[in-house]
Design a protein around this ligand. Structure first.
Ligand SMILES: Nc1nc2c(ncn2[C@@H]2O[C@H](COP(=O)(O)OP(=O)(O)OP(=O)(O)O)[C@@H](O)[C@H]2O)c(=O)[nH]1
Ligand SMILES: [Mg+2]
Length: 197
């Protein structure tokens, strides 16, 4: 739930990047961090293991302009994708305003994508959210690799709700800001509607 601070005239929104292990969630945030002016970004915090797998989360605060005199601040989080870190994922979803599901386009990760998407839905429902009712986009990542599932097949399996979708190569940055803008746009739309149009 977005947090509006009337005193400082700030809107704070939480975006969570979700997806299976090694799909490229942390890489998305690292790219956004690198390409954002220092004055518009906070520190990127990563709680990772020695092998750089996310242990708890990555966190990146961003200032993204103003609406109606209110500064909008986006707080980007990733979850740990490894199956056994489910408790961390549940915790990180608390208070979420928007979700990016990062799918790994490699053929051998198809089942992992489906499992992670189911896990996202379950964990949201446990907290009284419905994925379909949240600002939500899908990123098909690792499109640069040779062994990828065609996008139309991924769409059939993962994007049955026909939400905005983006092809990406997070490593080079292709599609990364398009994805972020896509979810930010949906969040701002929701805020405007909530405020009475
Ligand atoms: N070829 C290719 N490799 C990628 C891409 N995005 C990420 N990678 C690589 O995939 C590996 C895993 O990326 P991470 O960003 O750490 O994945 P993650 O989703 O944060 O993984 P967990 O934290 O374990 O859940 C790294 O070696 C990245 O460099 C991409 O678009 N193309
Ligand atoms: Mg990670």
């Amino acid at each position: 739930m977005s947090f509006i601070n009337y005193a400082s005239r700030e809107i704070n929104c939480k975006i969570v990047y979700y997806g299976p292990g090694l799909c490229g969630k942390t890489t998305n945030l690292q790219y956004i961090f690198q390409k954002t002016a220092p004055e518009a970004r906070g520190k990127m915090i990563s709680l990772a293991t020695e092998t750089e797998r996310t242990l708890f989360f990555d966190f990146l605060p961003l200032a993204l302009g103003e609406i109606r005199g209110f500064k909008t601040r986006f707080h980007l989080y990733t979850v740990p994708g490894q199956v056994f870190y489910d408790a961390s994922r549940k915790l990180i979803l608390k208070g979420v305003d928007g979700v990016v599901f990062v799918a790994d386009s490699q053929e051998e990760r198809l089942d992992a994508n489906i499992e992670s998407l189911e896990n996202l839905k379950d964990n949201l429902e446990e907290q009284g959210y419905q994925l379909e009712q949240l600002p939500y986009v899908i990123q098909y990542n690792k499109r640069d690799l040779p062994n990828t599932t065609p996008v139309n097949e991924l769409r059939e399996l993962l994007n049955t709700g026909m939400v905005p979708e983006f092809e990406a190569c997070a490593q080079s940055g292709a599609g990364v800001f398009e994805t972020l803008k896509g979810v930010a746009k949906l969040i701002l739309l929701e805020l405007k509607q909530g405020a009475g149009g």
